[in-house]
Write a protein that binds this ligand. Structure first.
Ligand code: FAD
Length: 293
């Protein structure tokens, strides 16, 4: 049963409260996942500490050198609609636009999404290809955790007891790379059976891949980068032959489960289909960018 609910106005008050309550305390962002978990009796915190009134946790900033900072309480809707992010990180805007339903996008936050770390979340794959970091704060100080190390298991993260995510940082995204996020669901509004984010850049000859990053969701205990597949593409010529090898590599890198939405075998087949599709589309976009620059 909930004993008390707090709405502190600073991050230092938040971490002090969490430190005081230990295992009995829990942070609330938009409440979209936490309240579902509480309703089903899967978690039962005694003290809820809301981030709603903490100053400076919402919004998106760009530093003079082009790095981006997204505040923890920024909603999926605000990520999707940000003109700055649409220009700098369209792959993330596409992923945010595909989260659940309108109410979830209006209230759910980007930090809540990564901290909840549910199988098939959309933003994590996009954040991984952007080499993002979570800025984590506790009473003992602040540390940056690369997203590649943040997800540790189903519903588990590298967050330490008493720590909150204050922001997500994205190092200046290269302007000549093209990004796309594709999501496979049977029923609209569901979490992804397979989610694929691709960010790629071509050599100046327009015939070879220079840099390719592939982020996957829904196909392993944690969102992941498909490093073997990326290595096959890097420096290689654009061709259907190379995509066949990439599809095989991706299938060997994932570790899907069977659940109500699809079997492990289905997910493995679909991830190959969607990775090839995403690479083809991102390649077209990169070629177009090259022509227009
Ligand atoms: C019906 C439904 C459909 C959904 N569909 C999708 C989908 O298609 N794609 C998708 O990606 N997601 C989906 N989601 C998940 C949704 O994205 C998350 O519910 C939302 O982003 C969580 O954000 P929140 O702010 O509401 O987090 P909360 O519900 O407030 O918190 C979730 C968890 O994260 C912790 N937490 C929250 N913020 C922080 C922080 N700043 N620092 C540390 N810990 C924190 C909380 O303590 C809690 O454990 C769906 C959820 C529901 C209920």
């Amino acid at each position: 049963m909930i004993a008390d609910y707090f709405e502190p106005e600073s991050i230092s008050e938040v971490v002090s409260l969490l430190d005081r309550f230990g295992d009995d305390g829990c942070v609330v962002g938009g409440g979209q996942s936490l309240l579902v978990m509480m309703r089903h009796g899967l978690v039962s915190p005694r003290y809820l500490v809301s981030l709603k009134k903490v100053a400076g946790l919402s919004g998106i900033q760009e530093s003079p050198d082009g790095d981006l900072t997204i505040g923890a309480m920024t909603t999926h809707r605000d990520v999707h609609r940000s003109s700055l992010l649409q220009r700098r990180t369209p792959v993330l805007c596409q992923a945010a636009a595909k989260v659940g339903s309108t109410p979830i996008r209006n209230l759910g936050t980007i930090a809540g999404n990564i901290c909840h770390n549910e199988l098939g979340g959309d933003p994590p794959g996009a954040l991984l290809v952007l080499d993002s970091r979570a800025v984590c704060v506790s009473v003992t100080g602040e540390r940056n955790v690369p997203l590649a190390q943040f997800f540790t298991g189903y519903f588990e993260t590298a967050l330490r007891p008493g720590e909150v995510v204050k922001a997500i940082e994205i190092p200046s995204p290269p302007s000549d790379m093209a990004g796309i996020y594709l999501k496979h669901v049977i029923r609209s509004g569901d979490l992804a059976i397979v989610g694929v984010a691709v960010l790629l850049g071509l050599e100046s000859d327009g015939k070879h891949y220079r840099e390719v990053r592939i982020g996957l969701g829904g196909v392993a205990p944690v969102p992941l980068r498909a490093h073997k597949a990326e290595a096959i593409l890097r420096g290689n010529e654009i061709s259907d032959g190379v995509l066949k090898n990439v599809a095989e590599a991706v299938m060997s890198e994932v570790d899907p489960i069977t659940d109500a939405h699809g079997t492990a075998e289905y997910r493995r087949k679909m991830v190959a289909v969607f990775v090839k599709r995403a690479i083809r589309q991102a390649t077209e976009m990169a070629l177009q960018k090259g022509k227009n620059s």
